[in-house]
Design a binder for this molecule. Structure first.
Ligand code: NAP
Length: 274
């Protein structure tokens, strides 16, 4: 599915280039964080493959808050730049919320600034967070019925759990958000027609937590010592026996997150022609 999205985006990028617009996505990334570097390299590679250009700015332990904000303001003002990704997390000494508030909503193609999130809450158009947006694209593509269904989202992070719950609510699901203080989590999950795992705990959700026929979406992406590759929040083999649909890790939500980020970036570039 992500390949199909990228193929469609390539056509739109070619059309933009033919009209003299070179889509550009710039990135701010913490250079000392190997996971962030790996994620950004992957996003950059996919972007380049469809003709989106961009520059990565390294944020280090030596970068001051003023330098960070100055860089963001420059990117806001640079007409050649259509989208800016501030890869989470920035180094701890920096004020990340202030950085996000400084980024202009028109360039927030990752959909994680307070402005973009406010637009989501208010049902206004705007860029949506890439990971939950990718998940809604999966739901739409496979024509998963959502209206009136019970959805449980485990996790309440600003970039994933909360916006995911809101997007499911917009699709008329009855949504429950679970978190680390939720009681009787397993019973709650067993009641879900749609279960979205956004926890960050490898294989925490077992097959016997899942209602037979439920749709299971695993956004988890975890490293486990001694195991090769990445592991989801759901125990795939157990869950696949009872679920009607399930996303694998890797190869499920991850590629759709990148595809959604690029889709937002292309939209931002197209908006300059409007
Ligand atoms: P996060 O900010 O750490 O949030 C995790 C959430 O899970 C929190 O709300 C936390 O509750 C909740 N939680 C933790 N332990 C729990 C437990 N035992 N029972 C119930 N809830 C629990 O993580 P995140 O950034 O949302 O990411 C979640 C997962 O998605 C990670 O594996 C991450 O790598 C992955 N991810 C994947 C992509 C992708 O592109 N595929 C993108 C982003 C994230 P509290 O709020 O109470 O602490």
């Amino acid at each position: 599915m992500s390949q199909a999205v990228r193929a469609e985006l390539k056509i739109r990028v070619d059309a933009l280039r033919a009209r003299g617009v070179i889509p550009r996505l710039d990135v701010l990334v913490a250079i000392q964080d190997p996971s962030s570097i790996a994620y950004v390299n992957m996003k950059r590679k996919w972007a380049e493959a469809i003709g989106i250009e961009g520059e990565s700015f390294e944020i280090s332990d030596a970068t001051s808050q003023d330098e960070l904000l100055e860089r963001i303001l420059k990117l806001n003002a640079d007409k050649r730049v259509h989208g800016v990704l501030i890869q989470h997390p920035l180094p701890k000494h920096l004020d990340e919320p202030e950085a996000l508030m400084t980024l202009g909503a028109a360039k927030d193609v990752d959909g994680i600034t307070p402005q973009s999130l406010g637009r989501l809450v208010s049902d206004l158009p705007g860029f949506r967070c890439a990971t939950p947006l990718g998940i809604t694209k999966i739901i739409d593509h496979y024509e998963i019925p959502v209206e009136g269904k019970r959805a449980v989202v485990i996790g309440r992070s600003v970039i994933l759990g909360k916006p995911m719950a809101l997007m499911l609510l917009q699709k008329n699901a009855t949504v429950t958000i679970a978190h680390s203080r939720t009681q009787n989590l397993q019973d709650l999950c067993r009641d879900a027609d749609i279960l979205v795992a956004a926890v960050g705990r490898p294989e925490m959700i077992k097959g016997n937590w899942i209602k037979p026929g439920a749709v299971v979406i695993d956004a988890g992406y975890n490293k486990v010592e001694g195991r090769k590759g990445d592991v989801g929040d759901v125990h795939f083999e157990g869950a696949a026996e009872v679920a009607s649909w399930i996303t694998p890790v890797p190869g499920g939500v991850g590629p759709m997150t990148v595809a959604s980020l690029l889709s937002n970036a292309v939209e931002a570039a197209e908006a300059t022609l409007a």
